[in-house]
Design a protein around this ligand. Structure first.
Ligand SMILES: *[C@@H]1O[C@H](CO)[C@@H](O)[C@H](O)[C@H]1NC(C)=O
Ligand SMILES: *[C@@H]1O[C@H](CO)[C@@H](O)[C@H](O)[C@H]1NC(C)=O
Ligand SMILES: *[C@@H]1O[C@H](CO)[C@@H](O)[C@H](O)[C@H]1NC(C)=O
Ligand SMILES: *[C@@H]1O[C@H](CO)[C@@H](O)[C@H](O)[C@H]1NC(C)=O
Ligand SMILES: *[C@@H]1O[C@H](CO)[C@@H](O)[C@H](O)[C@H]1NC(C)=O
Length: 458
């Protein structure tokens, strides 16, 4: 099973043709995300800027005297990020570095203000994840202020020590930022992790082209691949490239996620192929609230009463041969199911005896909601359940007569089953430890938009 999975994945990655027919999603990260990143990124940034300073070697005319220098604090009062169109993100950091210079007889404390400007390009990596790379980095180190309390310093020491510190910072700060960005890339790489959809099925997202970057947002085209037993689920018709119109979703939200109709179609195709939508509704004898027995049916179909003078339990085998169809219209999502139902009497030796079968058409309204990273659904029946007799071993059946009974027998178990399935939800594009918070779901003609905040939580 694990081997089959891996093989399926490999094939999906290798087959370029699959790329064009995979369901599309768009993840648009708006300006608000940059404010959030600068807020939660401040602490790691301050830590990354705590570089080690090598000993300062003071030449006293005869030997080099080493003086230990240590960064005792880095304070970052300002950390701003903004989008640069068609490129990536610009970073502005204003920081105060406090150094302890261990000279005799007592240590000296120096504070150096540093302004750091850096540009990072956001591109598509070889494994189809977003990749950030530092393209320019300018640390501007200003002159030191000697902290009050420190005794006056001979300029003979201050000038060379400051020169030493400046050179170290010029060398090391950009490297630290670069390492921080590498760490971020490892994190972004988890976009392509497999997420379970059901016991034998998974979903995996990957970027399909370079991101579109404007001054207001960065927009990523991300395709989904759904796997059943390691094999990709491919829609019978080629999916058109999904485009999310600008200005969708709630204003000021960190993320706007667009989900194409194809994603819904693929998820339903997966559920159908996996047989997850099939169910058996089984009656029990001597049960007051279970109508599934031959004596109940016999009241409507004389032949049943004749064949089963002794009451027998009845089973409805509900099978979905046709793929359910999801329809997305403005503020209205529906699913149409066309199950085939076989009615069996269960004989005393547990043998099934086919009584009759019918075709059902049922329209369901679909309510969508989000929980952490998962999109979930609940359904309720819209209008009447349409029922046509398909075959009978018990003579003529008046559909109008059996419809109310079948409707009663069928409706609740079907909804319970479906809602349990859809309630498990399907993971949306994300990276490890990142959750959607306060999401709002909007349904449009042909696609769904989720406006959401993001929360990074270890
Ligand atoms: C940095 O420290 C200096 C001296 O203590 C202070 O005047 C300045 O306001 C500080 N700058 C920032 C950005 O905190
Ligand atoms: C990026 O721009 C291209 C060309 O304008 C467009 O086809 C594509 O859908 C856009 N992608 C996103 C994620 O906005
Ligand atoms: C058949 O179902 C009805 C309705 O639940 C119930 O009243 C009756 O007792 C059942 N018959 C048997 C034999 O279990
Ligand atoms: C959604 O559309 C269906 C018909 O396609 C209709 O029966 C239903 O009432 C609509 N639901 C809402 C909430 O508008
Ligand atoms: C289901 O919805 C479709 C489209 O709105 C409609 O044509 C059909 O009559 C409905 N069927 C049932 C059984 O409600």
């Amino acid at each position: 099973m694990a081997r089959a999975c891996r093989l399926g994945l490999l094939l999906a990655l290798l087959l370029p043709v699959a790329g064009t027919s995979l369901p599309g999603t768009v993840v648009r990260l708006n300006k608000a995300v940059l404010s959030y990143v600068s807020e939660i990124g401040k602490a790691p940034l301050q830590q990354a800027l705590q570089v080690t300073v090598p000993y300062f070697l003071d030449w006293n005319g005869e030997v080099h005297q080493p003086t230990r220098i240590q960064i005792s604090n880095v304070h970052v009062p300002q950390f701003n990020l903004k989008f640069i169109a068609d490129f990536g993100v610009r970073m502005l950091v204003a920081a105060n570095f406090t150094f302890k210079v261990f000279r005799v007889p007592e240590p000296l404390e120096l504070t150096l203000p540093v302004v750091l400007l850096a540009d990072a390009n956001v591109a598509q990596g070889s494994i189809r994840t977003p990749v950030v790379s530092l393209s320019a980095c300018f640390p501007l180190v200003h002159n030191a202020a000697v902290s009050e309390g420190s005794a006056s310093v001979a300029p003979g020491l201050l000038v060379p020590v400051q020169k030493h510190i400046k050179a170290v910072l010029q060398n090391k700060l950009c490297l630290s930022i670069s390492n921080l960005v590498q760490g971020l890339n490892v994190h972004l790489g988890t976009l392509i992790d497999l997420n379970p959809v059901g016991p034998e099925s998974q979903i995996r997202y990957s970027m399909i082209n370079v991101p579109n970057i404007t001054k207001d947002y960065i927009s990523l085209d991300i395709n989904a691949i759904l796997f059943l037993l390691g094999k990709p689920i491919v829609l019978p018709v080629e999916a058109p490239h999904f485009v999310l119109p600008a200005h969708m979703g709630a204003k000021g939200a960190m993320a706007t996620v667009g989900l194409s109709q194809d994603l819904f179609d693929s998820a339903l195709l997966l559920l159908q192929k996996a047989g997850a939508l099939n169910l058996d509704i089984t009656g029990q004898l001597k049960s007051e609230d279970n109508l599934l027995n031959t004596s109940m049916l016999g009241q409507l179909i004389p032949e049943v009463a004749r064949q089963f003078p002794e009451p027998m339990p009845v089973t409805l085998k509900v099978r979905l041969g046709a793929t359910p169809v999801a329809t997305l219209r403005a503020n209205n999502a529906t699913i149409q199911l066309q199950p085939f139902v076989e009615v069996h009497a269960v004989a005393s030796d547990s043998a099934f005896q086919s009584l009759f079968s019918f075709d059902v058409v049922v329209n369901l309204s679909l309510q969508l909601s989000m929980s952490r990273v998962k999109l979930q659904g609940t359904t309720s029946v819209l209008g009447d359940i349409q029922l046509t007799v398909a075959s009978s071993n018990v003579g003529f059946i008046d559909a109008n007569q059996v419809r109310p009974l079948m409707d009663t027998l069928f409706r609740k178990p079907l909804l319970d089953h479906l809602n349990a399935l859809l309630g498990m939800g399907i993971a949306l594009p994300s990276v490890v430890n990142l959750h959607y918070v306060n999401p709002e779901v909007f349904v449009y003609e042909g696609y769904v938009v989720i406006s959401s905040g993001l929360l990074y939580q270890r």
